[in-house]
Design a protein around this ligand. Structure first.
Ligand code: ACO
Ligand code: OAA
Length: 375
């Protein structure tokens, strides 16, 4: 199978370094983490197993997994000073800005003094992020100071538990595990590359992750799951969806949740999350959202040969689990922090400052004009 032609702007098709963490689109549509196929990981692994694989270099055995989960469970508490900051952030703030601020604040409170401490800080970020965003969400939207030191067994369960302030149902936890596995790592995508550039200056781990959060926020990257939801939630029938998509294509609008910088004919994560979305749709008795999503998928392929990326069916899947749309991209952060930080460690282990060149397009020479003589 021919690979997608990768050339032109956006550094497309240029190698910007080496990684042992992930391959994307090597066979046109494949995705592997340290050689493991994404389908197998999403079907069989808990998110903590995948995080361990990325961060510690191998799949954990049962004793290692149990110990890792216990370690993460013990790292969930929010420092009081972080709670104070979270309580200042208004309800109409974007939750990705809350993630960015929360991560940065933690960097002030628990600064990485030496790279030898990196794994402690990384595990702390993994453990704290779900409770951090949901503490802010519940406080700002409901005046509730939610307990983040729950009995949740995993990061997947912790997210849902701290969001809804109760133990979630097993099916939802299973879907969250799969979702977090799918989002964990993706080679040199924009947010990971941001993190690596920051790491290459020998900056601290919180700066690397804070920068990566900022890059993930945009609708061309992680923000697409929210943007897709905001689009499809307005449509009550498949015919309405088709009519609206045709109109958007005629106006040359970008359809969020479609297309990819590397994959050519499909994103392997889509089939997996789509299947979960269908299961959840049946469970909640949904009458149109899944069908609307499927019609949009069919029309986009028929009209443009554009396929759903990882974000599109995540929108309906999260919606069926009663997750507010504005929290979709923060879930991506709770997962991708594993990949980002694995890349930071990889960069640090074999570092040279990332500093490419630019093709200059400005004037050859400019003549100085005194300020009083300028037009
Ligand atoms: C987890 C993730 O981050 S996955 C990505 C999430 N982002 C989105 O879903 C946003 C929508 N998609 C996009 O904007 C793009 O497909 C990107 C940013 C993902 C990739 O961008 P590129 O690599 O530049 O796309 P690509 O080179 O394949 O584009 C080819 C053509 O298809 C068009 N196209 C690509 N995606 C879309 C889309 N979603 N809707 C409409 N047209 C599109 C491009 O505008 C381009 O048209 P042109 O040749 O007339 O300029
Ligand atoms: O690889 C990319 O460009 C975007 C993406 O799918 C991801 O980061 O998961």
């Amino acid at each position: 199978m021919a690979e997608k032609k990768l050339s032109g702007a956006g550094l497309r098709g240029q190698s910007a370094g080496e990684t042992a963490l992930c391959t994307v689109g090597k066979t046109g549509s494949g995705l592997t983490y340290r050689g493991f196929d994404i389908k197998e990981l999403a079907d069989k692994a808990q998110f903590e197993e995948v995080a361990y694989l990325l961060l510690y270099g191998k799949l954990p055995n049962q004793a290692e997994l149990d110990a890792y989960k216990t370690r993460l469970k013990g790292m969930r508490a929010l420092p009081d000073a972080l709670k104070v900051v979270l309580e200042q952030i208004p309800a109409d703030a974007h939750p990705m800005d809350v993630m960015r601020t929360g991560c940065s604040m933690l960097g002030n409170l628990e600064t990485e003094a030496d790279f030898s401490e990196q794994l402690d800080h990384i595990d702390r970020l993994l453990a704290i992020f779900p409770g951090m965003i949901n503490y802010w969400y519940n406080f700002s939207h409901k005046g509730l100071r939610v307990n983040v030191e729950t009995e949740a067994d995993s990061i997947a369960e912790q997210f849902l538990w701290t969001l809804h302030d109760k133990k979630p149902e097993p099916l939802h936890v299973q879907v969250m595990h799969a979702s977090l596995v799918l989002y964990a790592e993706h080679e040199f995508n924009a947010s990971t590359f941001t993190g690596r550039v920051c790491a290459s200056t020998l900056s601290d781990i919180h700066s690397c992750v804070t920068g990566a959060i900022g890059s993930l926020r945009g609708p061309l990257h992680g923000g697409a799951n929210e943007a897709a939801m905001e689009m499809i939630e307005n449509w009550r029938s498949t015919d309405e969806a088709e009519e609206k998509i045709m109109g958007m294509l005629a106006r040359k609008d970008k359809i969020m949740g479609f297309g990819h910088a590397i994959y050519r004919e499909s994103d392997p994560r889509n089939a997996i999350i789509k299947e979960w979305s269908k299961k959840l749709s049946d469970q909640v008795g949904d009458e149109y959202l899944y069908a609307v999503s499927e019609r949009v998928e069919a029309v986009m392929w028929r009209e443009k040969k554009l396929f759903c990326n990882a974000d599109f069916f995540h929108a309906s899947a999260y919606n069926f689990m009663d997750i507010p749309t504005k929290l979709f991209t923060p879930i991506f952060v709770c997962s991708r922090v594993s990949g980002w930080t694995a890349h930071v460690m990889e960069q640090r282990a074999n570092n040279r400052i990332i500093r490419p060149s630019a093709d200059y397009t400005g004037p050859e020479t400019s003549e100085w004009v005194a300020i009083e003589d300028r037009p």
